[in-house]
Design a protein around this ligand. Structure first.
Ligand code: 5GP
Length: 183
């Protein structure tokens, strides 16, 4: 990575920390769902893809992987929490156990929308696994059943998370040294 980019980044989570935590989550989820016929792992495009792939490799239970694409208008635009589905699920989740995999829960608005939407399809169960959790910025309370790491109020990139489509392929999670007001 060029120097001018490296200067803007402060590493929060190393590759080793992430690898270890993802393995723990995979083990816990496999244990919790042991004995079920099939789990549908739903990864939210695009940020959660790196996490969902690594997590799925650590599952020892039968599962199918599907993707839901969303575009959110963000917490500052009006009306709040408006999310548009840009790619719907291919799998029918009626009476299926569903694990929704997110990259980060921040205000909770996106997850709130997704949970409501998926529940209308009558899954047998619906749980949420988020790689990162920023509980300090919640606008709506949302259930997060499995979380990788709680982080402070910083804008983070890497391991799937982008800033203007960049940094997704970083193997670490780093804070972008700019605050949310852009100063
Ligand atoms: P929420 O609706 O919970 O505020 O945010 C959900 C989405 O906003 C996340 O799935 C993610 O795409 C994006 N987001 C929120 N906080 C961050 C952040 O710190 N870094 C990045 N790269 N994306 C974020």
């Amino acid at each position: 990575m060029p120097d001018e980019e490296a200067n803007q980044l402060e590493i929060l989570l190393t590759r080793e920390q992430i690898y270890q935590r993802v393995a723990e989550l995979g083990e816990k989820i496999s244990k919790d769902y042991s004995g079920i016929e099939e789990l549908i792992v739903v990864a939210v495009l695009r940020g959660s893809v790196y996490f969902a792939v690594d997590l799925s490799r650590r599952l020892s239970i039968p599962f199918s992987l599907d993707f839901i694409g969303i575009s959110s208008y963000g917490a500052t635009s009006y009306p709040l929490g408006i999310v548009r589905i840009t790619k719907d699920l291919d799998i029918n989740i009626v009476q299926k156990h569903v694990l929704l995999v997110e990259d980060i829960v921040d205000t909770g608005l996106t997850l709130n929308y997704l949970i409501k939407n998926l529940k209308t399809r009558n899954p047998k169960s619906l749980r949420v696994c988020s790689f990162l959790d920023l509980p300090g910025r919640r606008i709506v309370e949302v259930p997060v059943d499995y979380r990788g790491f709680e982080i402070p109020d910083l804008f983070v990139v890497g391991y799937g998370l982008d800033f203007q489509e960049r940094y997704r392929n970083l193997e670490v999670v780093a804070a972008l040294k700019k605050n949310r007001s852009g100063t």
